[in-house]
Design a protein around this ligand. Structure first.
Ligand code: GUN
Length: 280
């Protein structure tokens, strides 16, 4: 039977509407600063999207575009100013940064209470031990989708393919926090197909077209495709062979229109959370 398609676009619209309603009750509107360095076209698209989301949610937003030749110190100085501004609740540095930057040092420079990406080691630590705080946008967007579609991961076997700091690792932690048994696979996993076939919930977050084929998916599994690739025809696609896998899965996310919009919606939730913590 064909899988139920998890409509990330529709759910993101609903989340943003909720955020907008909650934000309207605040005395002062939340503010987000987005920093983009260089002219990576994909980053430009993402940053434009975040600006639009802020407008939709009634937030203040500002963009800081630094040239690709900017120095680490210039970027750190900008973050230091934004850290002190009361109208700015969240600071997001769009990744990846050009090669001359020390990304970890940049992410550590963002004050933890404004770290709406949840990339600062302090917030990553809180995530790890299950304390309240920011949740990383893509993995929490995935959890929200599962919840909305009635997929409870407790006691289930979740397999996460990919071990990045942005998606794979925090995704595994969030699933563990919800009582799943979690396997994390990566480029050195000897038999990826065998591991994937054990999954009740399979999350693909690698960035490799055609990585997850139908024979790697158990009948009735829930399949979440986090990747955003372009295939040989230049069309947007994920890691999952969508058409064939959709014949086996119980639920599947499309690309585009799946996880991507949810990531953006969760950034809005985090910005609202920051504003509230700032007493707005
Ligand atoms: N680049 C790709 N994904 C992300 C993200 O979630 N946050 C930031 N800051 N940069 C990204």
């Amino acid at each position: 039977m064909a899988a139920m398609i998890i409509d990330g676009k529709a759910l993101a619209a609903k989340v943003k509407e909720e955020v907008r309603t909650r934000a309207q009750k605040l005395a002062v509107r939340p503010g987000l600063a987005v920093i983009i360095v260089g002219d990576n076209p994909a980053s430009r698209v993402y940053v434009n999207g975040k600006k639009k989301d802020c407008e939709e949610c009634g937030f203040y937003s500002e963009e800081h575009a630094l040239p690709g030749t900017a120095s680490q110190q210039e970027l750190l100085d900008l973050i230091a100013v934004l850290n002190e501004r009361e109208d700015i609740d969240g600071i997001l540095v769009q990744l990846p940064l050009p090669g001359q930057f020390n990304e970890q040092e940049v992410l550590r420079a963002i004050r933890p209470d404004k770290d709406v990406d949840c990339f600062h080691p302090y917030n990553v630590g809180k995530l790890m031990i299950g304390e309240d705080g920011f949740l990383p946008c893509t993995p929490s967007g995935v959890m929200r989708m599962l919840e909305e579609y009635g997929v409870d991961v407790a006691g289930k076997h979740c397999v996460v393919v990919g071990r990045s700091n942005i998606v794979g690792k925090p995704q595994a932690i969030l699933m563990l926090r919800k009582h799943a048994t979690v396997t994390v696979c990566h480029s050195r996993t000897p038999d990826l197909a065998e591991q994937c076939r054990k999954a009740d919930v399979l999350v693909a977050a690698v960035g490799k077209v055609g990585l997850i084929t139908a024979d790697m998916v158990k009948d009735g599994a829930v399949v979440i495709d986090v990747a955003m690739n372009r295939n040989e025809q230049g069309k947007l696609c994920g890691d999952v062979c969508y058409e064939k896998v959709a014949q086996k899965a119980s639920h599947i996310t499309p690309v585009p229109g799946g996880v991507g919009p949810m990531t953006r919606a969760m950034l809005m939730e985090n910005t609202l959370y920051a504003a509230k913590n700032h007493g707005k």
